[in-house]
Design a protein around this ligand. Sequence first.
Ligand SMILES: [Zn+2]
Length: 364
Amino acid sequence: MPVALAVLLALAAPFSADDGEDVRILVARGDGTLELRGRGLERDGETARAVHPDRLSLSCRSGSLHGDGLPSALRGATFRADGKLELLGRSLRGEIELRCAKDRWTAINVLPIEEYLAAVLGGEMSPSFPRAALEAQAVAARTYAIERKMEARTQGRAWHLDSTALSQVYRGAGWEDPRTQEAARATRGEILAVGYFPVEAYFHASCGGRTETGAEALGREQPYLRSVSCPCGGHSPWSHWSVRVTPDELSRLARRLLGGSEVSGLSVVARSSTGRAKTLLVETSSGPRRIGASELRALLGYARLPSLWFDVRAERSAFVFEGRGAGHGAGLCQWGARAMALAGSGYREILAHYYPGTSIVRIY
Ligand SMILES: [Zn+2]
């Protein structure tokens, strides 16, 4: 089936009036014993016949799910409770699906997208941000989830999103807040689209004054991920940052990339059109080497080197990175959305600014 048709059919599919769509979130993978808690646990629609009705110890062995009161040769099962479930310290709404592959389990949380969003918003943006910023974030996060859900369908993946910053940070119902719930409710079912295609609604903490193109930041060339000016400049804790890295630390980290050479110099030799570092020249004991700035950021850690918008200089005992912004810089800038909201913009205006050429479509 052509992708466009599949997309249109997916968007036109009937949605439940109450819950909207479900999303499937990969919450954990591992081996060993897993404890699941919840009041009056049910397994595949029946009361879980456990010794303790509110607690189950589960494990996977040779592809089968084992646990108190479970029939044998079960490859997986779906659990729900009267209220929230508890798994690995997280409080989760909806259902937990456990699947076994050999001795490893995969835990997928299946829940209505609107409930997922209220929790995601709490993990991705401070609930103290103004309402219009939270609403803009809600639409961006919903769009991202729907887009990944459609991608999972075409790729045959059992889950739509994971729960880390690689997708969207989801820590469960403990991160909901009345303000994030209200932002999800106020924008219910709304996504960003171009010609009924959900867009790739990337977002980040702070761009530093100008967003990056999708092509430069993520290798995603999209007309709506173009660079725009942003008022986050003086309003964000990321307006200016400074990070010191010793040559020893850099040598140690770069051992794999640079083949054990000592690092003695570092400079930016190519920048993107917005001024972000693209390529660095590393002076090493075995000669000069070039590395991608994003490689260096991955090496040092995304939190350690908050963005690629930096200058670097050598001091006596360290390389000093001075920069601005946090995150990849493409799409919605959260601190910019906050500044726009404080200046009186609504969420539609904010979204039109950061994703030019898109429109808001309500899908349920
Ligand atoms: Zn910004």
